[in-house]
Design a binder for this molecule. Structure first.
Ligand SMILES: [Zn+2]
Length: 241
């Protein structure tokens, strides 16, 4: 019995030590949390050639993460394993970080899509729109800083030769998301769950439209991905010096 009590005490001692060594929510305010949009079981949009959005998001998020680390920035990558099925848990995991960036790739409304056959399989595609979009939410307490970061990232992307899609603001085809910064492709999307649940400045980035057959090829190109990530990192360095 005493043996058991000793064991319990030792175990508790070890736990207490661990608690002090790795306190919860100890993520530094300089940390940038990079969220891989969607997960394996619900992988988001499906590209014109049938590749799930989650895979595009993971590749780009990992590239942004690597480039930030190369500049000695502290980062936290969320959802890269594909098991993160709770939207609310994502920003919660990042508690204490200075910025929350959710990485996505865009689609279009169903009525804008057509059908083609690629490698023997019928797929949905839409070539009408291309380009990046950025979103912030008024329900995110850090939205003003989130907007500054989104504007800086949009400006860097334009400088690097990318263009904002701008179609999300259209009442009919883009679901009427008002502009927060039209020039740099930033919209308000107040009810977006992953942004509303974040306590730190947060923004959502749609890097490109993967149902567009040409843009999908660009988004799958590692060189293009590196250039997108570099622009995102430059923008973050401007808003979080
Ligand atoms: Zn998405």
């Amino acid at each position: 019995m005493s043996k058991r009590r000793n064991f319990v005490r030792r175990s508790l001692g070890a736990c207490t030590l661990l608690l002090f060594a790795v306190p919860h929510g100890a993520i530094a305010a300089a940390t940038i949390a990079i969220d891989v949009g969607h997960y394996l079981e619900a992988p988001g949009a499906i590209s014109a050639r049938g590749r799930p959005e989650f895979e595009f998001n993971r590749d780009l998020a990992q590239e942004i993460d690597a480039q930030l680390q190369a500049r000695d920035r502290s980062t936290q990558l969320i959802g890269a394993t594909g098991n993160m099925n709770s939207l609310a848990a994502r920003p919660h995991l990042a508690a204490g970080a200075g910025l929350f960036l959710s990485v996505h790739h865009d689609s279009m409304q169903e009525f804008l899509l057509s059908t083609w056959t690629y490698e023997g399989v019928e797929r949905r595609y839409g070539d009408r729109f291309d380009g990046f979009s950025l979103f912030v939410s008024h329900e995110n307490p850090g939205w003003r800083k989130g907007l500054r970061c989104a504007s800086a990232i949009g400006a860097e992307l334009i400088k690097a030769g990318f263009k904002p899609s701008l179609y999300h603001a259209d009442k009919k085809v883009g679901e009427n998301r008002p502009f927060a910064d039209k020039r740099n492709g930033v919209h308000y999307f107040d009810r977006l769950a992953v942004l509303r649940n974040a306590r730190m400045p947060a923004l959502l980035f749609e890097a490109g439209v993967i149902v567009n057959r040409e843009e999908e090829k660009r988004m799958a190109d590692p060189e293009v991905r590196k250039r997108i990530a570099a622009a995102v990192v430059n923008g973050i360095e401007e808003c979080m010096p």
